[in-house]
Design a protein around this ligand. Sequence first.
Ligand code: PLP
Length: 378
Amino acid sequence: MNQRSYFDYNATAPLRDEVREAVVAALSIPGNPSSVHAEGRAARRAIETARTKVAALVGARAEDVIFTSGGTEANALALAARPGEARRCYVSAVEHPSVLLSRGVSQESPAKFPVTRDGVADLERLAGELAVLKDASPFVSLMAANNETGALQPVARASQIVHDAGGVLHTDAVQAAGRIGLDMTALGADLLSLSAHKIGGPTGVGALVLKPGVSVEPLLRGGTQERRRRAGTETVAGIVGFGVAAELALADLTNVDATAKLRNELEQGVLALVPDAMVLSGKAERLPNTTCFAVPGVKAETIVIGLDLAGIAVSAGSACSSGKVEASHVLSAMGISDELARGAIRASLGFATTRDDIKNFLKAFGELIGRLRPKVAA
Ligand code: PLP
């Protein structure tokens, strides 16, 4: 394959070289981390080292990190009902499907609170709903950053509102982690979800991080692993890779301005080529690596396929559900018309993105748009 330019970090970031090396080495540790012999202890040490690194990424304590099979399971564990607790569950309308479709607290379908046209949670509406809540304390889930638009969400303010109402706040930080600095205490989050493959770690591993003193009801039972909060022999190599990725992501936070600069160059280049393109959540505070723009009159799949043939990987709408061409629930919650949403492209950058990648993108995009919309490009 010719040199390709990858702009789909929000779907999965490429595996970092240091992670690959660490994973391969960890695959050779023969022991089960629950065994008392030397081999088992070596596996346990590898896991605990990774736990410390993952905790550091979000300013948490190692013992409050529960390793899971990814962000989806971390969200499900966060939202699992706790027996005996009367809770009403509220989620923002732009959450990832793993939150929106979770069985939710008390198995109720969760109440959704809206977002503005810029894709930012409307906390006045949330506060209004919580104010009239009588006999149940709220459980609120608000993501730290949206996967499609990159819009940052007001988690710290939300946690104040939720705590004042005697409730609990969960934040899905799968996209925000490693892209902006995150601190559990500053966010005021009671539970926080992470996923390794969005930050250069392997797929199939993530974590739910708890505020000290917060407990969860296990989804998986039958073993004492993860302090009885998630049964099953740990994926030692995956967890080791997650630890290395978290350590690198934390160190890389000093580069976010450079990433934002490249993202802005890409966005400005797109607008120069297609002046009627619309940057979604363009007025909101956003992740430095994400741009989502809609090209009126052209279907996103056509652009995705055309760019792919030219060596550029991007996604249409949410890549987490790529393959199906449905209007994105995120863009409809923002009040974007279905027609415009059908032309929405997401480009997401990361640690390996270079200025040459931006040049490659704009060249391929310009040629494609010239073919698809000859009059506009001329
Ligand atoms: N939450 C968000 C915001 C995501 O973007 C994703 C991505 O797919 C997930 C959760 C699910 O994470 P995972 O793929 O690790 O299950």
